[in-house]
Design a protein around this ligand. Structure first.
Ligand code: GLU
Length: 497
């Protein structure tokens, strides 16, 4: 176990441009864990400066997904905090101010190149098989000249003035020091012609002003990390610790999941989107446990973690920078584990909406009796509909031929049902043991295997060939309904005699 850090200030800084997926969930989770473990703060910052790509519903889905996972932030657009506003679109002037500071320090410059010129430049570079980069034409302008053109209303952007010689050495917590040649770093745009800052500037400014100590973010930012370090150093700021998290690969481990593939997944009852997982009957506890272990491990053998366990045990030193393949089989396993970890009352409460959604009339008292006999078998909450729906249906639907027992004739099966009906009519439904013993001796008297008789009764009583334990199910259903169902089965079988 590594030493605990002093209280950190960390942030989750999503751009609400699409659906909230497992990767975002994990980034948010790791940040949250670090904050809770060290008694620090976890911030939510909405990075919505790209107005064209902003999707309002995406922000709502994001908030809902984080809440569902159980991640509460201490500062954010909705809860406020001492370093707000926490929505980048409310901070436009702040970024402009800092961009101007960089210009004054000769670390940034105005660029007036037209989109046509840039497109042409790009084409030429591509033809010459050169890296596509800005050629620095406007770097040469004097500040007076540039300011004059700005004043005249000439469209412009602000670019970072990346040093063209030497190297920069940056440090990622998981990968150590990385040294990059400055000439390979472009003069990236910091502020667009519409006056909105881009991520590179906005995030660095915000991390500084919001006193962020650790930046845990996706490794897709590794390639522009040298630029970010240049920006921070140009201001002379203290650098936060940067931790670039591993990427997620599709289950095959070959590449990232495409849009089409993630849509396809839903047909198999899986999804990479957090909100879908809720609908599919997964527990937030299982999602948290599963994603926590995609890129982090405790000791290579412990697999069950509650949020509280994770808060205690999480450590940056055990993060793994290698890509992690999404493993849904493991996810099912975790969901089962967490379902079994719930109290009966809690599981009943969580299963109920799925039963209602399937159109079943749920009696709470009955559900509390049912849960203990299905808890061991559920993989998702939604499985309860298949497994326990028969308790709440008035009429069962099944093929009469299913009532014919294994290696038995229709007539023998019919007889078995008649005898069972008679026996059950006189049975005491409060006594599980006696009921089971009498059914077993009935089978014996009729020269049947217990399994044969129970198989027939299982179809009659539950309508399914696989069900929770039969005798327990019969006791929960109650004598009257069991007799009705056996009677209905006799009538159905009679039709195919
Ligand atoms: N808005 C960036 C994104 O969604 C945030 C990256 C970061 O955490 O700094 O990818």
């Amino acid at each position: 176990m590594t030493e605990k850090l002093p209280p950190v200030r960390v942030r989750f800084a999503p751009s609400p441009t699409g659906r909230t997926h497992l990767g975002s969930g994990r980034t948010a989770l790791y940040n949250y864990l670090l904050a809770r473990q060290t008694g620090g703060q976890f911030l939510l910052r909405i990075e919505d400066t790209d107005q064209k790509r902003y999707v309002p519903e995406a922000e709502q889905e994001l908030i809902d997904s984080l809440h569902w996972l159980g991640l509460q932030w201490d500062e954010g657009p909705d809860v406020g905090g001492p370093y707000g506003p926490y929505r980048q679109s409310d901070r436009k002037e702040i970024y402009l101010e800092y961009a101007k500071q960089l210009i004054e320090k000769d670390k940034a410059y105005y660029c007036f190149c037209t989109p046509e010129r840039l497109a042409h430049l790009r084409e030429q570079q591509m033809q010459a098989k050169q890296p596509t980069m800005y050629d620095g034409l406007c770097r040469k302008l004097t500040l007076e000249e540039a300011l004059r053109r700005v004043k005249q209303g000439e469209p412009h952007v602000i670019r970072f003035k990346t040093p063209k010689e030497g190297t920069i050495t940056i440090r990622d917590y998981l990968r150590g020091e990385i040294t990059v040649e400055n000439r390979t770093i472009d003069d990236y745009i910091l502020v667009k012609s519409d006056g909105w800052a881009l991520y590179h500037l906005a995030a660095m400014v915000d991390d500084q002003l919001m006193r962020i100590t650790h930046v845990l973010r996706s490794s897709e930012w590794l390639s522009t990390f040298p630029l970010h370090a240049h920006i921070i150093r140009a201001f002379g700021w203290q650098e936060p610790v940067f931790v670039h998290l591993s990427v997620f690969l599709k289950p095959s481990g070959k590449g990232k999941m495409s849009k089409r593939e993630s849509a396809q997944l839903l047909q198999d009852g899986y999804s990479i989107f957090i909100k879908d997982l809720e609908q599919l009957g997964y527990l937030p506890e299982a999602v948290v446990n599963w994603i926590a272990l995609m890129g982090w491990s405790y000791d290579d053998k412990t697999e069950f973690f509650t949020m509280q366990d994770l808060i205690e045990k999480f450590s940056l030193d055990h993060l793994n920078p290698s890509p992690a393949a999404i493993n849904f089989t493991k996810f099912d396993h975790f969901n089962g584990l967490h379902i079994r970890h719930l109290t009966v009352e809690d599981l009943a409460r969580r299963v109920k909406p799925f039963l209602l959604k399937a159109g079943l009339k749920v009696e709470d008292q009955k559900l509390l009796q049912i849960v203990p006999i299905i808890q061991e078998r559920l993989v998702t909450l939604d499985d309860a509909v298949e497994m326990a729906g028969f308790f709440f249906r008035d009429k069962l639907e099944y093929e009469p031929a299913l009532l014919v027992g294994k290696n038995l004739s229709t007539r023998e099966s019919f007889k078995a049902l008649q005898e069972s009906h008679q026996l059950l009519s006189g049975a005491d439904f409060d006594d599980k043991e006696t009921l089971e013993i009498s059914l077993r001796s009935l089978a014996e008297r009729m020269g049947l295997k217990a399994g044969q008789l129970f198989g027939i009764l299982r179809i009659a009583v539950t309508g399914r060939s696989v069900s929770p334990p039969l005798i327990e199910s019969m006791l929960i259903l109650g004598k009257e309904r069991v007799l009705e169902r056996v009677q209905a089965a006799i009538i159905r079988l009679n039709e195919i005699l």
